[in-house]
Write a protein that binds this ligand. Structure first.
Ligand SMILES: *[C@@H]1O[C@H](CO)[C@@H](O)[C@H](O)[C@H]1NC(C)=O
Ligand SMILES: *[C@@H]1O[C@H](CO)[C@@H](O)[C@H](O)[C@H]1NC(C)=O
Ligand SMILES: *[C@@H]1O[C@H](CO)[C@@H](O)[C@H](O)[C@H]1NC(C)=O
Ligand SMILES: *[C@@H]1O[C@H](CO)[C@@H](O)[C@H](O)[C@H]1NC(C)=O
Ligand SMILES: *[C@@H]1O[C@H](CO)[C@@H](O)[C@H](O)[C@H]1NC(C)=O
Ligand SMILES: *[C@@H]1O[C@H](CO)[C@@H](O)[C@H](O)[C@H]1NC(C)=O
Ligand SMILES: *[C@@H]1O[C@H](CO)[C@@H](O)[C@H](O)[C@H]1NC(C)=O
Ligand SMILES: *[C@@H]1O[C@H](CO)[C@@H](O)[C@H](O)[C@H]1NC(C)=O
Ligand SMILES: *[C@@H]1O[C@H](CO)[C@@H](O)[C@H](O)[C@H]1NC(C)=O
Ligand SMILES: *[C@@H]1O[C@H](CO)[C@@H](O)[C@H](O)[C@H]1NC(C)=O
Ligand SMILES: *[C@@H]1O[C@H](CO)[C@@H](O)[C@H](O)[C@H]1NC(C)=O
Ligand SMILES: *[C@@H]1O[C@H](CO)[C@@H](O)[C@H](O)[C@H]1NC(C)=O
Length: 415
């Protein structure tokens, strides 16, 4: 892979829609319960829409009705009707802020709605208390959101630490809290005040935040290997970490930098924080990772370097990013081991089974909103899940400047 791709790993700032809504949680179940889209699609849809209307979720009703005639919309509706589902329903205010190019695109709307639906019953009491969090699978899969094993894109959920009836949905730019639920047929509907942002792609991240580099990135295909990976785990150093080693990295040639960056990536495997300790992972450069946990957090090591995970489980379209507080300065490479790990990951994905019940992850998150260097004591308990995009951008700028140096030096070599 072209390792400089790592340079562009930053999250798109999510658009913030809407503010507050007084949508009430008092509507009662509106459907008989045993209609399904398979046996009586019209009756099922009408029952669900009636319950949503009663909860004043009229914009959502409009969106759902608008996609019900499309192939993707019908498929979603069919999935929705099978088994219990948990729905995060954006309020009217939230939808009012959706732009025309989104609201007129039924494919995109269907993807967005899919990402608001969990494939089971989830209760705030059944997920980890924030800032710890739970990985919950949505119905969004395929069409640019392909994960190994055809798994769906997950949401990251916590229980509000002061209000046990409210979820916190963790996004890159903010946490979204819920009210409800409202029952509707087989659905438990929690109301939210913004439309959730689809997981960004690595390409979107790069070209949005670094328009000046878009040309270079396009020409060199720099991001292609990472973007094309069907499943990737990235340990992305934060800005303070980058600043700390910029000078040292400047002494290295582009091959060495590329190798170091590859030692921050697991190729072919999406390992959420709860999975880090449960297997032996090999980097895209073929070096082993080691994970340890103690009272101050979870640590990742590669070669002689160790860094603390300051923000776990930041979801991107083809994988996950964990933000770390140091650069893993491991110049070691073993291409055979890298290829072998990738083959094993691909084989494992073919037989893996997606969880449809809550999977709890223990977050070791950054101090809320700072994006700065993590404090080394007590941070795990004082942490918030919000990632400061400013901090990430700062880190990325650092990586990009290193990348720029590598480009100038004629580097960007494949492993
Ligand atoms: C329903 O939503 C509209 C905005 O679309 C708002 O003006 C109205 O107050 C809401 N009604 C209730 C009962 O929440
Ligand atoms: C639910 O199923 C039962 C028996 O299977 C049937 O008698 C009843 O009419 C159904 N209810 C609805 C609302 O379809
Ligand atoms: C869906 O299709 C039916 C028949 O093809 C049509 O009558 C109806 O107006 C359509 N609804 C929407 C929302 O496009
Ligand atoms: C759906 O939820 C109901 C009530 O919470 C429960 O009784 C039922 O077993 C669930 N069905 C499935 C398929 O999980
Ligand atoms: C609609 O959204 C889909 C999925 O994001 C995208 O591939 C397609 O280009 C969009 N269509 C238009 C006309 O923008
Ligand atoms: C939902 O989960 C069930 C297993 O509980 C699985 O069979 C089904 O394919 C899942 N549906 C979707 C749309 O992911
Ligand atoms: C988060 O998980 C850790 C490790 O399991 C635990 O020690 C801590 O108490 C949890 N925090 C909350 C708020 O539940
Ligand atoms: C948690 O709940 C409290 C009380 O309802 C609320 O003030 C706070 O904003 C919520 N926190 C989050 C992150 O949603
Ligand atoms: C807790 O959250 C619910 C919505 O889920 C809300 O109705 C209630 O007022 C909140 N309680 C407190 C104490 O903020
Ligand atoms: C993952 O491994 C495959 C097969 O060796 C390779 O083609 C691809 O470029 C690698 N991707 C990354 C991100 O290292
Ligand atoms: C980079 O440095 C290493 C170690 O000194 C050396 O083996 C390698 O040939 C160098 N690569 C380039 C492209 O200069
Ligand atoms: C990781 O590798 C070590 C050493 O080979 C082995 O003892 C251990 O069981 C492995 N752990 C897992 C989870 O596979």
């Amino acid at each position: 892979m072209r390792l400089s791709a790592l340079a562009s790993l930053v999250l798109l700032p999510a658009s913030v829609f809407g503010q507050s809504s007084s949508a009430s949680a008092s509507a009662s179940a509106g459907a008989g319960g045993n209609e399904t889209a398979a046996t009586n699609p019209q009756a099922y849809l009408q029952a669900v829409l009636a319950a949503l209307t009663q909860a004043n979720l009229t914009s959502l009703v409009g969106v759902a009705t608008g996609i019900a005639n499309t192939t993707e919309g019908l498929a979603l509706l069919t999935s929705l009707s099978v088994g219990n589902k948990t729905v995060f329903a954006p309020s009217n205010t939230a939808f009012a802020n959706v732009s025309e190019d989104v609201s007129s695109n039924t494919t995109l709307l269907t993807q967005i709605l899919s990402y608001h639906i969990l494939n089971n019953t989830y209760l705030p009491a059944g997920v980890a208390t924030a800032p710890n969090h739970t990985i919950a699978r949505s119905l969004l899969r395929g069409g640019g959101y392909s994960l190994p094993g055809n798994f769906s894109a997950p949401l990251v959920l916590g229980k509000n630490s002061t209000n046990g009836t409210s979820f916190e949905i963790n996004q890159a730019s903010d946490n979204v809290s819920t009210t409800g639920p409202v029952g509707a047929a087989n659905l438990q509907v929690y109301i939210i005040d913004e439309v959730l942002t689809l997981p960004p792609t690595i390409g979107q991240v790069a070209t949005t935040l670094f328009p000046s580099l878009a040309g270079v990135i396009g020409q060199t295909g720099l991001l292609d290997p990472l973007s094309a990976s069907q499943g990737v785990t990235i340990f992305a150093p934060n800005d303070a970490a980058i600043l700390g080693v910029t000078q040292a990295l400047g002494q290295l040639n582009s091959t060495q930098i590329s190798t170091i960056l590859a030692n921050h990536v697991i190729n072919g495997t999406v390992a959420y924080s709860n999975q880090l300790a449960s297997a032996n992972y090999t980097s895209a450069a073929g070096q082993p990772f080691t994970f340890t946990s103690n009272s101050t957090g979870t640590f990742v090591s590669s070669g002689g370097s160790i860094a603390r995970v300051v923000q776990s489980d930041v979801i991107v379209s083809n994988g996950v990013i964990h933000i770390i507080d140091g650069v893993l300065v491991n110049p070691g490479a073993n291409p055979e081991a890298a290829a072998s790990a990738y083959s094993s990951a691909t084989a494992a994905a073919a037989t893996s089974v997606e969880a449809t019940t809550p999977v709890t992850a223990t977050s070791t998150a950054a101090p809320s909103g700072t994006g700065g260097p993590a404090t080394t004591s007590g941070a795990a308990s004082s942490a918030g899940q919000v990632v400061s995009s400013k901090g990430l951008v700062g880190g990325l700028v650092g990586f990009v400047s290193i990348l720029g140096t590598a480009i100038m030096g004629g580097g960007l070599l494949l492993l």
